[in-house]
Design a protein around this ligand. Structure first.
Ligand code: FAD
Length: 535
């Protein structure tokens, strides 16, 4: 783009799940000029290949690779927090599992005083988003921009898992994104014809031909320009060159749940104590910035299998791997067309609860290390679980006034007794499904952590020492009417004109499931608000 153009109607910071949707929708009106500022590069050439999530999980250049502060409840570990750093944001590196969440999530948001966010209202938006080929009723969308399909590979593991779950009284669910989330099901993935459906591909690319969309990459927003409680532009940097750009109408901050509160604080909007400690002039006192941080705390176990064809480990090693690459390139099929998991279950740890409170994902391969993602040299599978709506709240705040310094991220995981019990119970349920009779001809034994970890105390220790994030940071610019919130229900920052936040940071509570769909929904809602407020 021509950096001499200094003024746009709208400036969107961050081309991720939400930001790409907003830039695309706003440019539908040919009269709007839109600048989309992205810190990462254009989408990586391998991003369209679904299995790239393994390649990108710890890869510099396409991933911010944040990590949490050491905390005693999680054995003083620095837990890695991958976040996409390229056009498409985290939707270009994620595990592709498509989950809307529960009606309870959005009805709770509405109950907190957020008009327009009830399930009845947001489900229409999910339907508009979805291009779901395998829809079984009109509850789901079939003609939306986001390609989604049900996983179709044939593997004896899946039927055995369904039968195991059913033998324990859990139900099989044909569509966990339908009226009822509960039960075990095949994964629905943001994949079509073997290709990843990122928001770059599904939203931005179709908008590229519009002359009013300006995307700049490798441009890191440094701060917002704010005067007299109005945001009128931003400062961004490319290499070491600094650019100022102004907005005629609005700035929309969509840098994700970690960078959005960071950018607000760097701009003098936040808790005065934190701003002053970091020698930042306080322009607007908003103490909720960076608070209410939520994520899914995920425990993972791995099994050795005796039925070779139930595991894809052999396909990901040696000459077979080469064969799989050729298969993918020639037909879009095989191992490299797979999402991060194949079977999903939303279950209750306690039958007195009305809605599922845990999620389990079953994966037809196992790896030596989560960072390196090298498949085991024996047939294996993995299963991972988390509590859907944890009580523990953490925080994300700047650690200095330098935009290049990563913020201080405190999960505060496992500091709540209900959270602890729920996750321990989830591990037990996950094990019970893999160990039930219908899995006998497939399962060999639990490889990690293994049966030495069996009592509640042992499971608790295992979780403290090994569980990681489910990759869903949320809530740090919470939406709502109260003093513990950052934006109102039209996503406008309280007390500042010309500025909205729209990404995972605005979730009042973390949705019950993987969060990409909810971020895209937030992007769609934000676009509607902006369009109707600026007629
Ligand atoms: C490894 C991984 C696996 C996941 N698996 C799944 C899954 O299977 N299913 C699912 O539903 N969800 C999954 N998620 C979560 C989901 O992808 C995210 O919740 C969602 O993409 C977040 O959207 P967002 O718009 O809030 O932020 P993002 O998509 O992260 O976008 C933020 C964008 O802002 C840019 N940015 C940040 N700072 C600046 C700055 N200063 N200047 C300019 N640009 C900036 C970033 O580079 C990024 O492109 C996963 C996430 C990860 C990381």
């Amino acid at each position: 783009m021509n950096h001499k153009i200094k003024k746009f109607d709208y400036i969107v910071i961050g081309a991720g799940s939400a930001g790409s949707v907003i830039a695309s929708r706003l440019t539908e009106n040919a009269g709007n000029s839109v600048l989309l500022v992205e810190a990462g590069k254009s989408e990586h050439p391998f991003a369209r290949m679904p299995m790239s999530f393994g390649l990108f999980i710890n890869k510099p250049g396409v991933n911010w690779r944040y990590q949490s502060e050491p905390e005693s409840a999680t054995a003083n570990r620095n837990i890695p927090i991958p976040r996409g750093k390229m056009v498409g944001g985290s939707s270009s590196i994620n595990g592709l599992v498509y989950v809307r969440g529960q009606s309870l999530d959005y009805d709770t948001w509405a109950q907190y005083g957020n008009k327009g966010w009830s399930w009845e209202e947001v489900s229409k938006v999910f339907k508009k988003i979805e291009g779901y080929e395998d829809a079984i009723d009109d509850y789901r969308g079939t003609s939306g921009p986001l390609g989604i399909s049900e996983l179709s590979d044939k593997n004896p593991l899946y039927e055995a898992l369904f039968k195991s779950a059913e033998s324990l009284g859990y139900i099989r669910n044909k569509d966990y994104n339908g009226p009822n989330q509960e039960g075990i099901a095949r994964i629905q993935a943001t994949i079509r014809n073997g290709r990843r459906m990122s928001t770059n591909y599904c939203y931005l690319r179709p908008a590229e031909k519009r002359g009013n969309l300006n995307v700049i990459t490798e441009a890191q927003a440094q701060k917002l320009l704010v005067k007299d409680k109005k945001c009128y532009g931003i400062i961004y940097k490319i290499n070491n060159e600094v650019f100022h750009v102004h907005s005629n109408k609005e700035v929309i901050l969509s840098a994700g749940a970690i960078a959005s509160p960071q950018i607000l604080e760097l701009s003098g909007i936040g808790n005065p104590k934190i701003l002053m400690k970091n020698e930042i002039e306080v322009l607007h006192d908003l103490p909720a910035v960076g608070e209410n941080f939520q994520d899914h705390f995920m425990a993972r176990i791995q099994y050795k299998l005796k039925l070779r064809e139930a595991s894809y480990n052999h396909k990901g090693r040696g000459l077979n791997k080469l064969g799989e690459i050729i298969k993918y390139v020639s037909s879009g099929k095989g191992l490299f067309s797979m999402p991060a998991a194949s079977v999903i279950a939303f279950l209750k740890t306690n039958q007195n609860i009305e809605n599922p409170n845990i999620q389990i994902q079953f994966i037809p391969f196992s790896v030596e290390s989560l960072r390196k993602r090298v498949f085991h040299n024996f047939p294996g599978m993995a299963a991972a679980c988390y509590q859907l709506r944890p009580n523990s709240l953490g925080s994300i705040h700047i650690s200095s006034n330098n935009p290049n310094d990563y913020p201080s991220i405190k999960f505060n995981f496992f500091n709540d007794e209900t959270d602890k019990k729920t996750l321990i119970d989830a591990v037990k349920i996950m094990r019970s499904i893999v160990e039930a009779e219908p899995m006998n001809h497939i399962r060999d034994h639990e490889y990690s952590p293994g049966k030495l970890v069996s009592s509640d105390i042992e499971i608790e220790e295992f979780i403290r020492e090994n569980a990681e994030t489910g990759f869903h940071p949320s809530g740090t610019c919470r939406m709502g009417p109260g003093s513990n919130t950052v934006v109102d229900d039209r996503l406008k920052v309280h007390g500042i004109n010309g500025l909205r936040v729209a990404d995972a940071s605005i979730f009042p509570t973390i949705p019950s499931g993987n969060t990409n769909a909810a971020c895209i929904m937030v992007g769609e809602k934000a676009s509607e608000f902006i369009k109707s407020d600026n007629i």
